[in-house]
Every structure is written in structure tokens, then in C-alpha cells.
Design a protein around this ligand. Structure first.
Ligand code: AMP
Ligand code: MG
Length: 324
């Protein structure tokens, strides 16, 4: 499954994960800001986006088209924030010569507002689950390559989640996942290499019980509606709550049977960078993905999944039983 784009994406995500850990481990001050939509953003979010952009630009001989979550507006205004982000990016890239101007330009080169997404493009959530990151819980670095509205390559970094076993407990050794459309999905521990990666295989649902992964934040998905749909299955159910696209890796690696994300508001449309990577992981591990009403997910409408309502990612045989 090796390709220049995949190996560049793996390197980019692994260096970005290093930037987030430099912040989490206190090598760089953790400065938290609030964006216009009231969501949190940290030094680590900006550093991870810069590191991914710089790495892809260095490794790939093609112009970068990226729909990334962050932009550099706050970085331009706030010198202290800029200095901390620069420190984290320098550590991750092992490049003490990186300048503030290069840093700011890199964050903006990945910003969704300026993205040309008429053709093939990347999408990036430099830290998905920022609330989990701030809480000391799970979070993920999520990078995907989209062609004509279909995700064809995805790399997920879960710096605090083990490759096997309990996904909620924070692990000192994180994990990485990669998927290529039509070729499969793989997972490996952060202290292993891609050569040691294991193919992910999600078995069909056993019909006996259901383990569901869902968001920690009640605002992000309708826990009550999800519990109702699970209860209708008439089998014992358990719920595992964790932040970020780590949930997709939990399903793809067979640690849960489904990830449910039913909207809390009727007009809510999901951002593509919150799902592109994870959806490909589950599809390529042999699972099934759709929106909460069973419709195919369509990543070809800009920043949001405009034609879709919520998300279901699950083992084969379960999808038709979980719709709203
Ligand atoms: P999770 O960690 O799975 O709860 O999801 C984190 C993501 O939820 C963030 O990256 C946000 O983009 C997204 N988000 C923020 N507000 C909402 C909302 N009201 N409904 C659904 N997703 C949201
Ligand atoms: Mg996100």
C-alpha cells in the first residue's frame, strides 16, 4: 500500500503528534484560545497544522490544496501564542531555524477559507477532540486525501490511545492507523513502524450484544437518541465514550461494534475534517458507514457534509438496525 502520498501523510501525522505531545508534556506552554464559534483552540492545534503542511510541502512535488480546520488570524494578533506555537513546531520538526513567518504561512496554507477544493485535496483536523486534549483524554490528528468527493487515503494519529485494549485509558504509547481505498486499513503502535502494522479487520456483527462508541460531549451527539436506537436492538448494550476520531479506530480495530453520532440540532452538518479519515478506516476494515438515516456519505460539498445528517459507522450487518 506504499505510495509517496501515503508515506508523506504518515510522516506528517507522526511529526504533528510529536508537536501535540510537546505541549501535553509541558515542554511548551499550553495556551488556550476561543474561536469565533466559541470552540477551543490551543498552541498544539496550530503547531500540528503547521507541521503537517510543512511536511507535505517538503515531501510532495505538487501544490498543496488543503481544507484544514485552523487559520492563522489569531496567530498574527497574539505574539505570545505565536512564540509558543513556533516552539512546538520547531521541536516536532527538529528545525530550530523555522521562522515565525514560515510558521504563519504554513498554517494559512492549510486554512479552509482559502482552499481550492474544486479538484482533489487534503482535509486536516490538526487536533480533533480539542476538548479531550484539554481534559487530558483522547484526541486525534486526522489527515485525508479526497478525490471527487471520495476519501481515498487517510492517516489517523491517536497519541494517547493504545493500539489494542482499553481505548479510554490514556496510554504512554499512542497508535497510528492508515487506510487506502480498495487496499485495506492498518494499525500500529507509536513505538512500531509501518512495516509492523497489522491489517484491521472488523468482523460482521455477532447479533448477541452491542458495544457503541460515542462522544463524551453531550452537545456533539444526542446521547438519548443513540441510547433509544441501541435499546431497540433488544440485546445487551455498552457504551464507550471518548473524544475525537479515535472512535473510528476503536470500531475499525474491533474494540466496538459501532460509532453513533446523531445530531443534537436538526440543522447541524458535520465538518469533513471530523470524519474523512475515520470513515475510510472503518470502510476498509470491512465495516459500513453512512449518515444517521442510512444515506451514503458525500465529501464533495466543501467544508461540511451538506447532504448528510449525522454518522453511523459499524460492523457489517448492523447498519440497517441503527438508523434514526
Ligand atoms: P467529538 O470529540 O467526537 O465529540 O467531536 C469533536 C468535534 O465535534 C469537534 O472537532 C467539532 O468540530 C465538533 N462539534 C462541535 N460542535 C458540535 C455539534 N454541536 N455537533 C456535532 N459536532 C460538533
Ligand atoms: Mg474536530
Amino acid at each position: 500500500m506504499q505510495s509517496p502520498r501515503l508515506s508523506a501523510a504518515l510522516e506528517a501525522v507522526s511529526l504533528a503528534a510529536r508537536a501535540t505531545l510537546a505541549v501535553r508534556h509541558g515542554q511548551v506552554p499550553m495556551d488556550m484560545q476561543t474561536k469565533d464559534d466559541k470552540s477551543p483552540v490551543t498552541v498544539a492545534d496550530y503547531a500540528a497544522q503547521a507541521v503537517v503542511v510543512i511536511t507535505l510541502q517538503k515531501r510532495l512535488a505538487e501544490p498543496l490544496h488543503m481544507l484544514g480546520e485552523e487559520d492563522a488570524a489569531q496567530l498574527r494578533e497574539n505574539a505570545a501564542l505565536r512564540a509558543s506555537v513556533l516552539a512546538a513546531a520547531r521541536i516536532a520538526l527538529a528545525n530550530p531555524a523555522l521562522t515565525e513567518a514560515e510558521l504563519v504561512a504554513a498554517v494559512d496554507a492549510g486554512a479552509h477559507a482559502s482552499a481550492d477544493t474544486s479538484g482533489n485535496h487534503w482535509t486536516l483536523d490538526p487536533i480533533d477532540g480539542t476538548k479531550g486534549f484539554l481534559r487530558g483524554g483522547q484526541y486525534a490528528v486526522c489527515l485525508a486525501w479526497i478525490e471527487k468527493g471520495e476519501v481515498v487515503l487517510g492517516v489517523l494519529g491517536c497519541p494517547a490511545m493504545a493500539a489494542a485494549g482499553d481505548p479510554v485509558a490514556v496510554s504512554p504509547v499512542g497508535s497510528f492507523y492508515a487506510a487506502v481505498k480498495g487496499q485495506g486499513a492498518w494499525g500500529f503502535a507509536a513505538n512500531e513502524t509501518l512495516a509492523q502494522a497489522r491489517r484491521l479487520h472488523l468482523p460482521a456483527w455477532n447479533g448477541q450484544s452491542v458495544r457503541v462508541a460515542e462522544s463524551v460531549e453531550a452537545e456533539h451527539s444526542a446521547h438519548g437518541e443513540q441510547a433509544k436506537v441501541m435499546a431497540q436492538l433488544g440485546v445487551p448494550t455498552t457504551s464507550v465514550r471518548l473524544d475525537s476520531q479515535c472512535k473510528y479506530a476503536v470500531v475499525a480495530s474491533g474494540r466496538a461494534d459501532a460509532y453513533l453520532r446523531f445530531p443534537t440540532k436538526p440543522d447541524r452538518r458535520e465538518c469533513i475534517w471530523d470524519h474523512a479519515t475515520g470513515v475510510l478506516l472503518v470502510d476498509e476494515a470491512g465495516g459500513q458507514t453512512s449518515d444517521a438515516r442510512g444515506a451514503k456519505l458525500d465529501f464533495g460539498h466543501g467544508k461540511r457534509l451538506e447532504k448528510n445528517y449525522g454518522i453511523i459507522a459499524c460492523a457489517a450487518g448492523l447498519q440497517g438496525k441503527l438508523k434514526i
